[in-house]
Ligand binder design. Structure first.
Ligand code: ADP
Ligand code: NI
Length: 222
C-alpha cells in the first residue's frame, strides 16, 4: 500500500471510530488538526506519513472518555496500523505522538519526556484547535456537555494546576481561558505554529473584552 492509500484507509477508520463522539473531539476536530498539521509541516523538515497518521489518530481513544486509561489510544492505533502493514518504526513513532500530544500529559512530571519534530508539529496543530474562534466554541461546547456555568465572578481561576487538578476541574467555562487557553501561545514549538497561535490569542483577548462588557451591561470599547 502506498502512503496515500494508508492515509485514506486511516481517514475511513477514524471516521468510523469517532461516530457519535462529543462535538469538540469529533472527526471534524481531526480534520482541522490534519489541515493545521499540513499547513505547519509545509515549513518543517518532517516525515509526512508520520505527522499525517499522528494527526489522524491522536484522539482515537481519549483517556477522558475511557475511565482515564491512557494506553488505549496508542494500542488501538497500533493494532489498526499493523493490520494495514505499516512499518513498525512508523507505528512506534505514531504511538509516541498519541501519548504525548495531550495537554494534561505535559503537566505530569512522572511522564518521561519525549520529543521529535513530528510530535511538535502535531501538537502545535492540535493546540491551535483549542485557540481562536474554534477554541472558544469548543470550550463552551465542552462546558455545556459538563453542565458548567458560562461565568461566575465569585469563582476565581486556578492558576497553578497539576495534572490531577486539571482533570478534576469543575469551574465556569470562562475560567478555562485563564487556566489553559491563554497559556497556549507560549507552548508552541514551531515558527509557523507560533505565528498562527499569536493571531488566535489576540482573537480570544478581544472575545473576553467584549464578553465582560456585555456581562456588565457596558458599552463595548470601540
Ligand atoms: P487535550 O486533548 O489537549 O488534553 P482536553 O481534552 O483537555 O485537551 O481538551 C479538549 C478540548 O476541550 C479543548 O478545546 C479544551 O479547551 C476543552 N476543554 C477541556 N477542559 C475544559 C474545561 N474545563 N472547560 C472548557 N473547555 C474545556
Ligand atoms: Ni485533539
Amino acid at each position: 500500500m502506498n502512503d496515500a492509500e494508508i492515509v485514506e484507509k486511516t481517514i475511513a477508520f477514524v471516521k468510523d471510530r469517532l461516530k457519535g463522539a462529543e462535538g469538540g473531539h469529533d472527526c471534524f476536530h481531526i480534520q482541522r488538526v490534519f489541515r493545521n498539521t499540513m499547513l505547519i509541516a509545509r515549513h518543517e523538515d518532517v516525515h509526512i506519513l508520520v505527522v499525517s497518521l499522528g494527526a489522524l489518530l491522536h484522539d482515537i481513544a481519549d483517556a477522558k472518555f475511557h475511565g482515564g486509561d491512557e494506553t488505549i489510544g496508542p494500542g488501538v492505533a497500533a493494532a489498526f496500523l499493523k493490520d494495514i502493514a505499516v512499518d513498525d518504526n512508523i507505528i512506534a513513532h505514531v504511538q509516541k505522538i498519541i501519548q504525548y500530544c495531550s495537554f494534561k500529559n505535559s503537566l505530569d512530571p512522572k511522564v518521561t519526556p519525549f520529543s521529535s519534530k513530528e510530535l511538535q508539529v502535531v501538537r502545535d496543530a492540535d493546540t491551535l484547535d483549542a485557540m481562536g474562534a474554534i477554541g472558544i466554541a469548543r470550550a463552551f461546547n465542552y462546558g455545556g456537555f459538563k453542565n458548567r456555568k458560562l461565568h461566575d465572578p465569585e469563582v476565581p481561576p486556578r492558576l497553578k494546576m497539576t495534572k490531577e487538578d486539571y482533570k478534576k476541574g469543575n469551574g465556569p467555562t470562562i475560567n478555562h481561558f485563564y487556566e489553559k487557553l491563554l497559556l497556549l501561545k507560549d507552548r508552541m514549538n514551531t515558527t509557523t505554529g507560533k505565528r498562527l497561535a499569536d493571531q488566535r490569542h489576540q482573537f480570544m483577548l478581544r472575545f473576553l473584552e467584549q464578553f465582560y462588557s456585555e456581562w456588565n451591561g457596558e458599552e463595548p470599547h470601540p
